[in-house]
Design a protein around this ligand. Sequence first.
Ligand SMILES: NC(=O)c1ccc[n+]([C@@H]2O[C@H](COP(=O)([O-])OP(=O)(O)OC[C@H]3O[C@@H](n4cnc5c(N)ncnc54)[C@H](OP(=O)(O)O)[C@@H]3O)[C@@H](O)[C@H]2O)c1
Length: 252
Amino acid sequence: MPDFSIQGKIAIVTGASKGIGFGLAKAMAAVGAIVAVTARRKESLDALVEEIAAAGGEAKAYELDVRNISQIRSVFEQVAQHFGRLDILVNNAGLGEGMLAEDVTEEYWDDMLDVNLKGVFFCCQAAGRIMLAQGSGKIVNVSSQVSIVGIPEGVAYCASKGGVNQLTKVLALEWSSRGVNINAVGPTFIYTPGTAEKLDEIAFRDGVLARIPAGRIGSIDDVAGAVIYLASPASNLVTGTLLVVDGGWTAQ
Ligand SMILES: NC(=O)c1ccc[n+]([C@@H]2O[C@H](COP(=O)([O-])OP(=O)(O)OC[C@H]3O[C@@H](n4cnc5c(N)ncnc54)[C@H](OP(=O)(O)O)[C@@H]3O)[C@@H](O)[C@H]2O)c1
């Protein structure tokens, strides 16, 4: 029988202070994972840690800006030391603000790529070093449906997420024979603090819905189902792939 359990597994979720990361951390804790939740300000994670504890789960907060490579290494080592191992990394932290290509500045481009691509790689590397040493681990990168199709105002975002898919493939080639699986999930639009402003514009929301054959905006639970599957033994032969959670957006 396939084993979908992540009970007792030690997981890191980046960008867990709000939105998808907040919900993913709660969902993973609800099915028994012990979750190290991270974001730029530790105080922004207090409510999450309390909610998880109140529901009978276990979580611990760590301050982590994924643009800071030495901080990434230090936090991941602290987690592995504190809990004795590291089984799962969910690279969720990301920026998503759109901008027309002709308006893009160097600062905007660098911010987007530093968080969404460089940060993801160095988190993978820090987790990979611990997981390769222990001979097992699962990494799930939160990419996007627009890593494989374009979207207006998405030049930097789409490039960063396309890069995430590519680094996922290369790391799978290097690490899968040593017990570390790495995959990406590609959500469609999910209502979060990062997307609320755009999705609250009726015309924008209608345009999005028109492109989703399933006929609805995604939920954080839709993403959590895919992430938990890719973090569980049920997906042990799945590596280097992108699992789109897009209601059919990219099927057309
Ligand atoms: N929502 C969607 O429609 C959608 C669709 C496809 C993919 N995604 C992807 O899903 C992920 C989460 O999106 P979301 O909509 O939940 O975003 P959100 O509501 O804006 O939340 C973003 C999270 O990333 C964290 N973050 C931002 N910069 C960071 C940094 N330098 N270091 C560490 N953490 C940082 C934020 O934490 P702090 O600011 O507290 O540090 C926050 O927890 C992103 O990778 C996004 O690209 C989202």
